[in-house]
Design a protein around this ligand. Sequence first.
Ligand SMILES: [Zn+2]
Length: 278
Amino acid sequence: MRIAGWAAALATTVGAPLYCQTAAATNQEFPPFQVMANVYYIGTAQLASYLITGDQGSILINPDFESSVPFLQASVSKLGFRFSDIKIVLLSHAHDDHAGGTALIKKLTGARLMVMDGDVAEIEGGGAGDFQYHSHWPPAKVDRTLHDGDEVALGSTRLIAHKTPGHTPGCTTWTTEVRQDGKRYQVVIVGSPNVNPGYRLRGNKQYAGIVADFERTFRVLHSLPCDIFLGAHGAYFDLPAKYQRWKAGDKLAFVDPEGYKLYVNDREKAFREELRRQ
Ligand SMILES: [Zn+2]
């Protein structure tokens, strides 16, 4: 009954999928493309990965599963960039579908890995110590531990790490500013605001602060100025539909401040309903 109630509640909300899936289902191909300026989409159909290019090399956000890495390499070269120019690797959060390929990408590129405090132990343990899951992936050494508000800079490229915990203790929402045709756009890459199936919000001995962390995340997400709405999964921001508009010539297809607000409100509502239900 509890599960059925939860599923029914989910069926009425937007923004699925709400949990991380297996590699085979999520490695489905997707064309790489320039979202805007130096921000490129290089992920699979479901696992969103980004290449942020610059004069001193590139930053990659989300290595995805280890089995996704050849696809990411192909995406980068289709866009005309070199995989070996990746100097920094960042994550949305320490789950296998975003972080499983981290060690392999470090090995292939020699890039520095920067991870939010709260997720460092899981990344260095290859998933060990996760409060919910028992998945394992190749451990990767973290070269720099990030804290809320830290800047990651590479040449003229600047990204800000916002700690948006709850989904994982070090879940990170990335922001940057881009310019196109003389206008500035605030880019937000949401880390995940989702209460996954089975997450215990009340009396969670493995993650005692989970409710306060989700509360904090929604405060942060509401406070961020957003023009270009992106996230760790394409489904957060309606990737397929926006990509079709982009392909048809709408270079502002990913500018969606209203969609961002609706998404954050919807996810907060889902969190509050789940909290009440438990
Ligand atoms: Zn996740």
